[in-house]
Design a protein around this ligand. Structure first.
Ligand SMILES: Cc1ncc(COP(=O)(O)O)c(C=O)c1O
Length: 360
């Protein structure tokens, strides 16, 4: 009898999986602390939790009915929010699903998917699932895109380029001229604006000029509903229609839909939380400016990439964990001496600052 793996698609059988964040109880168990003492600054989540009015919108829903396959209410509300026509918008189960749908639509086995490392790991993971050739072009010393190297790498096999702006984990924005240079090649360019509300900067206006541009957004970070999994894409009506044609019919569940509608109704209150998180990130920057042995890269997101010069990032990670503070590390990579620290509440930031001062 054949082994199960022999029946599988070969590229799937031994795939390098994506390591997401662990639940707080697991983090606490590994660090030998109580789960309620865990401060999660490791996934750029919103530490304020869901907004009350958003949580209230989840009661009394018609859970026995299937959601709208055409996402009419959702796309209409997103149209008001983004000031883009509804036919240019599709919602996905997190930005992650949109990334996966783009691979399904555009990428065949052996074709090229490009990203610029260091960056968000989901692009490469989804490309691996598509059995694509992943070309990760290193960013330069300011973490900007190496445009000549990208243009060299874009050939007949290239299908799609993923560029996060602000980039996770480096925090810098994609420039309009770099975006244009890549859009002009004609391949699909996905500008991932998951942290748009923190950065306040978008390349949406380029949609008027380029049918090959996709803007990706999310409700996970600014709206505090990562657990409900809603993101969306804005692109040409033609591209969006193709994505609608291939998506799982009921990809956005009733709870996710209700939460997004409520979040958009209360967007001003939610944006106050966004501004507060930016303030907390800036507090950490000021403290680091006054410390030796640690520095940071300027960030437009709700996170800060910090470099350790006198001790290893791994040691700093362990020390922070003893204080109950969990951050993101990047072992065996160009960022192996850096940690990405998400913005927290004022109280969490007080504890982070005290811990940083004690460890560097
Ligand atoms: C750059 C970037 N894109 C996309 C995502 C995925 O977000 P979502 O929760 O909407 O799937 C993340 C999440 O960390 C991210 O950092």
């Amino acid at each position: 009898m054949s082994k199960l793996e022999d029946l599988m698609r070969p590229h799937m059988a031994n795939i390098a999986s994506y390591h997401g964040v662990d639940p707080s109880v697991e983090l606490a168990r590994n660090a030998g602390i109580k789960a309620e003492d865990v401060i999660r600054l490791n996934a750029n989540e919103n530490p304020y939790g869901a907004f009350d009015k958003v949580a209230e919108a989840l009661t009394g829903l018609d859970l026995h009915l299937y959601p709208d396959t055409q996402q009419r209410k959702l796309r209409s509300a997103l149209s008001d929010y983004t000031e883009q026509p509804a036919e240019r918008i599709i919602a996905g189960a997190g930005g992650d699903e949109i990334i996966d749908l783009l691979m399904r639509l555009f990428v065949e086995r052996g074709q090229k998917v490009l990203d610029c490392e260091p960056t968000f790991g989901m692009y490469a993971f989804s490309a691996r699932m598509a059995d694509a050739l992943i070309v990760s072009v290193p960013r330069n010393e300011t973490w900007d895109i190496d445009i000549p190297a990208m243009l060299d790498a874009i050939d007949d096999k290239a299908r799609i380029v993923f560029l996060a702006s602000p980039n996770n984990p480096t925090g810098n924005l994609l420039t309009e001229s770099d975006a244009r240079a890549l859009l002009e090649t004609g391949v699909v360019v996905c500008v991932d604006e998951t942290y748009y509300e923190f950065a306040g900067s978008t390349l949406c206006h380029l949609l008027e000029e380029y049918e090959n541009l996709v803007i990706l957004r999310s409700f996970s970070k600014w709206a505090g509903i990562a657990g409900l999994r809603v993101g969306y894409a804005i692109a040409s009506a033609r591209l969006i229609q193709h994505l609608l044609d291939i998506k799982q019919p009921y990809n956005i569940n009733i709870a996710g839909e209700a939460a997004v509608l409520a979040a958009l109704e209360h967007k001003d209150e939610l944006l106050q939380r966004v501004y507060s998180l930016i303030e907390q990130r800036k507090r950490v920057e000021v403290v680091i400016d006054g410390l030796d042995g640690i520095s940071y890269y300027p960030s437009k997101g709700n996170f800060l990439l910090c470099r350790f010069d006198r001790r290893t990032a791994e040691e700093a990670y362990e020390e922070l964990a003893k204080h109950g503070i969990f951050v993101r590390r990047f072992p065996q990579s160009i960022l192996d001496n850096s940690l990405r620290i998400s913005a927290g509440t004022p109280e969490q930031t007080d504890r982070l600052i005290a811990a940083l001062k004690s460890i560097v």
